[in-house]
Structure formats: C-alpha cells, structure tokens
Ligand binder design. Structure first.
Ligand code: FDA
Ligand code: NAP
Length: 423
C-alpha cells in the first residue's frame, strides 16, 4: 500500500496496519507513506494559545477501533508522565497543542515508513494489478508501485472568488506563519472574515496580540452561531451514522445536512463565542470600543495598493473597510482526488452531482482500466456523511480500510456494473 499524505487519517491507518500485522503476521500489509511537509504537522498555522479540541480525546487515532491500542491518547499521556495530571483537569477536550504533541509522538513510531518532504504528483496504471504513484522529492521524481493507494491529502483552503492572497491578505490556513513575519508596529486595524471556529479564534488572538489595533470581524450571520455539540446531535459523528448515511435515501441524506450542518460548519464553540461577546461589552463599559462585529456582512472583493488594503463589503451597513491586513477564515473545500488521478479520472464514474462514486469500504469505484484499488480518507461527505473530513471516525475508518485491503488481497477485481449497495 502507498498512502498519500500523512496527517491524522493516514497516521491512524499506519496504526491500524501495524496492529493488523502484529495480530496476523501470516497476512502482513506492507505500507509506505508520502507526506509533502518536511515533518509531521497538523494544521500548525492554527495552533493558537488555549485553543481546544473539538472532539473528546477518546476519539483519538485508535481507541474506537481498539480501546487497548498502545497508540491511544491515554497511552501517550502515560508514556509522557501526564496521565494523572490530565485527569485532574477533568476535561474531555485537550488543547490543540497537546493533541498535536500526541500526534507527533504517534507519528514518531512510523518514521521508517514515511517519507517527509515528498509530494505525490500523479497516479498511473501499471500492468497488471498495480498502480504507480509519482512522487517529487526536491527536484527528483520517482515512481512507486502499489496494489492499493490511499489518498488522504486533507481539506483545501477556500477564498472568495475574486480575492487573491498576498503579504497583507491571508487565508487562515497560513495564519501563524504570516503573523510571525508581520511588522506589528504599524498595524492599526485588521479585519477577520467569516463566522466559523477559525474566524472566532483568530479574532480573539488578534485582539490579544495587537492591543492598540481596531479588530473588525466580518460576520455573514447576525453574530456568531453556536456549534451544536449536544448528545443527540453528536450522534451524527458516530461510526454507526456512516451506514445510516451511506445507505439512506436522497431525502434522508439531505435531512442530515439540513438539520446537522450546524454541528460543524459556520459555527463557534460556546466558550470562544461568549468570550468574544464579553470583550466587546467590556469595551463599551470602558467607553473604548476597538472590537467591532460587522453583522450580516460578506466580503465581495479586496483592492490592494502598496500598504493600502480596501475590503469591499456586501449586504452590511457599511460599503468598505480600510485595514492594514485582512484574514480570510472562509473555510475549506473537501479533499479532491481529481488532480492526482490525472488521466485515470475519466475511468472513475461520478454521480448526478458530479461527485466520484465510492464503495462503503471507501474504495473509489473505477472502471476495469484502473488496476489495483484507490481508497479515499476524506472527500466522501457526499457518500459517508459529516464525519468524512473530521477526526471523529478516523480510527474505525482506518480499521475498515485495512480489513478491506486484506479481504480483497488476491481476489479478482469486480467490474463496475456488478457493484451493488454502493453509491
Ligand atoms: P490533514 O489535512 O490533516 O492531512 C493531510 C496531509 O496530506 C497534510 O499533512 C498534507 O501536507 C498532506 N498532503 C497533501 N497533499 C499531498 C500530496 N500531494 N503529497 C503528499 N502529501 C500531501 N476535526 C475534528 O474532528 N476535531 C478537531 O478538533 C478539528 N480541529 C481542526 C482545526 C483546524 C484549524 C482545522 C483547519 C481543521 C480541524 N479539524 C478538526 C478538521 C480536520 O480536517 C481534521 O482534524 C484532520 O486534519 C483530518 O486529517 P487528514 O489526515 O484527513 O487531513
Ligand atoms: P467554516 O466553518 O467553513 O467557516 C467559514 C466561514 O466563512 C463561514 O462563516 C462562511 O459563511 C464565511 N464566509 C465564506 N465566504 C465569505 C465571504 N465572502 N464573506 C464573509 N464570510 C464568508 O470554516 P472554519 O472556521 O475554517 O472551520 C473549518 C473546520 O475546521 C471545521 O470543522 C471547524 O470545526 C474546524 N476548526 C477547528 C478548530 C479547533 O479544533 N479548535 C479551529 C478552527 C477550525 P457562510 O457559511 O455564510 O458562507
């Protein structure tokens, strides 16, 4: 197997394979992974102080598949001598910094199977049962053969259509790198666009870090909306919800989205939301307002000239803002395999909405022209539901992919027409 990308999803897969190989040494799966970053990193540019995880620590990369795994978050805490201290915190939600340290600790067990600084650039058919993955490391390109390829390249940052990033206009996915480079002395006003968790966390951070600057939050709704993480709603992230979504009617799948999009998208956790409101209120009490919420407002365009940044606004009370920098926390598009598939893409059938068709075991449905199997970890919201881009189900999903690879080993490929109970 070749895994493309080594974020939490493929790290979890490496763990599942390792545990399978220990359990069944007679049927080992050999796997290598390629990661374009120079070292392991999980959304490093958003590792802001005091930000916390949005899943309980028990939804780590292994526990839901194997509660006895030596790669669980609890095993990590034990290994670094913080298990007792962590429990005294009485929380299910570690900081993102601590969870990052856990992921780095787990990734360190697999350095012999991961090439860092190695970007996959294309997939090719190689006769008769293998795919070839072309990988670029520095200027060198090499091809690797595999029966199974697992694509796990993550979310893709999304900017409004007519806005381009530069040294004063950033997407949230670049935030800390750009902010660390910034000469803060001349910064008197900043804008943060969006009303999701990224926007709220960055607004709070800039308000702390730039104590004399005006901070404008451009919010499309009438103030931030709360992320629903109450118990019934949370069931949409359960492993069992994947079957409920995958085998549901079109109407039921639509109902998942209509009722439960607010568990994840364009919403903010309770503590951050209340903190931001209180900050604004306290400034009013002091008669010194510098945190501004521009409600019911969207950005249409940004005009740049030298150090000047004019942000053009739609629908809100004012037509534009003049700021020193503007951060777009405007979210992400789902993982998209088309680019890597290259010529093979035309043998991968799509549904009426233009999405790739995917088996329940996360295998891309392909024509017989494509040898081997291509699995997707991410980019399957249309088939497998809301947890596709999240951590909630990575442990179980990785186990299912491992089981599928083992079960399919040395079996004949089925033609697309014979695939039943698939989307
Ligand atoms: P991820 O994006 O993490 O990893 C993909 C990897 O592939 C990257 O390391 C990338 O460099 C690499 N790559 C891309 N293209 C490549 C190529 N061509 N060749 C080689 N390597 C390539 N979810 C959740 O459930 N709870 C949470 O608390 C959070 N928190 C959170 C914070 C922030 C700031 C964001 C933006 C998102 C979250 N998420 C989240 C959602 C997030 O998608 C999830 O946490 C994981 O990052 C998903 O892991 P993946 O490994 O699938 O993607
Ligand atoms: P998001 O939830 O998709 O939010 C994007 C926001 O940008 C939405 O409010 C959207 O409004 C707005 N927007 C888009 N275009 C706009 C425009 N032209 N003008 C004004 N606003 C615009 O993205 P995110 O906040 O980056 O979150 C992505 C994922 O990362 C989520 O899963 C989230 O939970 C996760 N995350 C987690 C943490 C953490 O663990 N602490 C931190 C950050 C992010 P509309 O909806 O109206 O388009």
């Amino acid at each position: 197997m070749v895994g493309i990308g080594f974020g939490p999803s493929n790290l979890s897969l490496a763990v599942a394979i390792e545990e399978h190989n220990t359990r069944s040494p007679e049927k080992p799966v050999r796997a290598v992974f390629f990661e374009r970053q120079k070292e392991f990193g999980w959304h490093r540019n958003m590792l802001l102080p005091a930000t916390t995880m949005q899943i309980p620590f028990l939804k780590d990369i292994a526990t839901f598949r194997n509660p006895l795994s030596p790669y669980s978050f609890v095993a990590y805490l034990h290994a670094v001598g913080r298990l007792v201290g962590f429990v005294n915190n009485q929380t299910f939600f570690p900081t993102r910094l601590e969870f990052h340290q856990y992921l780095e600790w787990a990734a360190a067990h697999f350095t012999d199977r991961v090439s860092y600084g190695a970007e996959a650039v294309g997939l090719y058919a190689a006769a008769p049962d293998h795919l070839e993955v072309e990988v670029r490391e520095d200027a060198v390109r090499r091809r690797f053969r595999a029966r199974n390829v697992v694509l796990s390249t993550g979310l893709v940052p999304r900017m409004p259509a007519d806005v381009t990033c530069d040294e004063r206009v950033w997407h949230s996915s670049r935030f800390l790198t750009e902010f660390d480079r910034l000469d803060r002395a001349g910064v008197r006003s900043v804008a943060v666009v969006g009303a999701g968790q990224s926007a709220a966390e960055i607004t709070r951070y800039l308000h702390d870090e730039l104590p004399s600057a005006h901070v404008y939050a451009v919010v499309p709704s009438y103030g931030y909306a709360l992320a629903d993480d109450t118990p019934f709603a949370n069931q949409v992230f359960d492993p069992a919800a994947v079957d409920d979504y995958y085998f549901a009617s079109d109407q039921s799948r639509q109902a998942f989205w209509d009722y439960h999009r607010n568990t994840n998208y364009s919403v903010v956790d309770d503590d951050v939301l209340r903190d931001l409101y209180r900050r604004g209120y306290d400034e009013d009490v002091r008669g010194d307002r510098r945190l501004h919420f521009l409600n019911l407002t969207r950005v249409s365009e940004v005009k740049r000239s030298g150090d000047d940044t004019r942000v053009l606004l739609m629908t809100g009370a004012r037509p534009e803002l003049e700021v020193d920098l503007c951060v777009f926390a405007t979210g992400y598009a789902a993982m998209e395999p088309t680019g890597l598939l290259g010529d093979l893409d035309r043998y991968c059938p799509r549904d009426e909405a233009g999405h790739h068709r995917v088996e329940r075991d996360y295998r891309l449905i392909t024509g017989s022209e494509v040898p081997g199997a291509i699995y997707l970890q991410g980019g399957t919201e249309h088939t497998h539901g809301l947890s596709s881009s999240l951590l909630s189900n990575v442990a179980v999903r990785s186990g299912e992919i491992t089981d599928s690879v083992v079960a399919r080993h040395r079996t004949e490929r089925r033609p697309v027409s014979s695939v039943i109970r698939s989307r």
